[in-house]
Design a protein around this ligand. Structure first.
Ligand code: GLN
Length: 453
């Protein structure tokens, strides 16, 4: 814990931590020492972790990297962080992210962008939205971090920083106390240096929770015990629709090498088709903003955080308008406008309902592959390595959205997906491979991921 607190102080240039809690860290570490001495050491006893700013932790600012939540200090603890503390983990502080987790480069944050520790002077993105979590783990500022993943926000930053990021099956980890972006897609998960650490941390984070009506009542197994390294006879699908035109050669080579490693370990590599893949991105960018516009309606200047200064004679409408205009950044405002548009009476069927039907077809593609005996699906995690800060953000929002092309299908289908560091590109930047598993089979997924790690 002391080493991490020192490293955090020395790594201010990364802009990964946005709020440090050294006093809490020291008292939690002392409590962990006492438990160790008493021979009562739970799974993460004394392990220092960072928490994405999207999680509510009692008494500690939670802003979702947004101006509108300035001054908000939750009075309660998210189930995930409560579980982590019960498992003995130590809280170092809160981590930077894209505003309300909307983004792929951490550039929509009110705190400014995170710098990728692989190229501190070259101003590369650490990815997003969990950019602070990824950078903090990659730079050894903490031993693990929480992330959340609505369309790739755990897996893409993990790939860009050479770490492991796991999005669990929808319903595996409680969303209680996690500030909502798109409730039918959001899922929290671990970001760690190794697959084994991800298994341990997922075990600590996951639980059945009466406070989250979408929490699924399945037992939380010992994920670490599943890490036997034996994948003989497993069938790994290579979906042809993920082979994109103009994909960098390094990504193609990485994919090829990953498949070879799995084959060498005794798995069978099978070409498969997921025919509705090409509709995933448009469906996601209708459904996610629709849910976001509904979730973000609660930031009204009354109940949470910041209210804009008002002029004499301003009424409640002016208060809403001024508060929301000042409090939300441009990307969040864009999502709210898209979301309210696709949900509006005249367009609901044409956009939102159609996107929901497409979503069902995308899920069915995966169901059919699994019914065919496929155990896991191997794809690249991202269509490129980390890009330069400022190169995508202002140019064209759609160019940024295209970055999520390999990751959003997993959220639409509610499946577990993991990004594993699998090699470097010609410039020496890390690249990730994605493995997609069967629902609630995170143990088997982690075991397969260990082979390509
Ligand atoms: N980049 C995607 C978006 O901007 C995904 C974000 C996420 O997973 N939270 O919506």
């Amino acid at each position: 814990t002391e080493a991490c607190l020192g490293a955090i102080d020395a790594a201010g240039a990364l802009n990964a931590f946005v709020h440090n809690t050294p006093d809490a860290a020291r008292s939690m570490a002392a409590a962990a020492d006492a438990r160790l001495a008493a021979g009562d050491a739970p799974a993460m006893c004394g392990i220092p972790v960072g928490i994405k700013d999207l999680f509510c932790t009692e008494g500690v600012p939670a802003q979702a990297a947004s101006r509108i939540l300035e001054g908000f200090r939750p009075q309660y603890e998210s189930t995930v962080t409560r579980n982590l503390w019960d498992a003995g983990a130590v809280m170092l502080g809160k981590l930077n992210m894209d505003e309300f987790a909307m983004g792929s480069s951490n550039e929509t944050s009110v705190y400014g962008p995170v710098v990728n520790p692989w190229r501190v002077n070259a101003d590369l993105t650490a990815g997003g939205s969990s950019g602070g979590s990824a950078a903090a783990v990659a730079a050894d500022l903490c031993l693990g971090a929480t992330g959340t993943d609505t369309g790739g926000s755990i897996r893409q930053p993990a790939a860009f920083t050479g770490i492991v990021g796991l999005k669990p099956t929808y319903g595996r980890v409680s969303r209680w106390g996690v500030i909502a972006f798109a409730s039918s897609l959001d899922q929290a998960g671990p970001m760690t240096k190794t697959v084994r650490d991800a298994a341990i941390m997922l075990g600590a984070m996951a639980s059945v929770d009466a406070m989250d009506s979408t929490s699924v009542d399945v037992p939380v197994p010992d994920f670490e015990a599943a890490l036997t390294g034996d994948i003989r006879g497993k069938r790994i699908g290579i979906p042809r629709e993920y082979r994109m035109e103009g994909m960098p050669e390094a990504i193609d080579a990485l994919w090829h090498d990953g498949a070879a490693m799995l084959r060498d370990a005794g798995a069978e590599i099978v070409d498969i088709s997921l025919p509705h893949t090409k509709y995933a991105l448009p469906a996601y960018y209708v459904i996610a903003p629709a849910e976001a516009s509904s979730n973000l309606a609660r930031y009204d200047g009354v109940r949470y955080g910041r209210r804009a200064a008002l002029d004499a004679g301003d009424g409640v409408t002016e208060m809403y308008e001024k508060t929301r205009a000042e409090g939300f950044g441009p990307e969040v405002q864009r999502r709210i406008m898209i979301g309210t548009y696709v949900l509006s009476a005249g367009f609901y069927d044409a956009y939102y309902n159609r996107a929901r039907r497409v979503r069902a077809l995308i899920k069915r593609d995966f169901d059919l592959a699994f019914a065919d005996g496929i155990d896991a699906i191997l794809t690249p995690a991202t269509p490129s390595a980390a890009f330069g800060l400022g190169t995508m953000a202002d140019a064209d929002p759609v160019a940024m959205y295209l970055n999520d092309v390999f990751t959003v299908t997993v959220n639409l289908a509610g499946l577990p997906g993991i990004s594993v560091p699998a090699g470097l590109d010609a410039n020496g930047l890390p690249l990730g491979l994605q493995l997609i598993g069967r629902p609630f089979q995170e143990g088997a997924l982690l075991n397969t991921a260990m082979v390509v790690e």
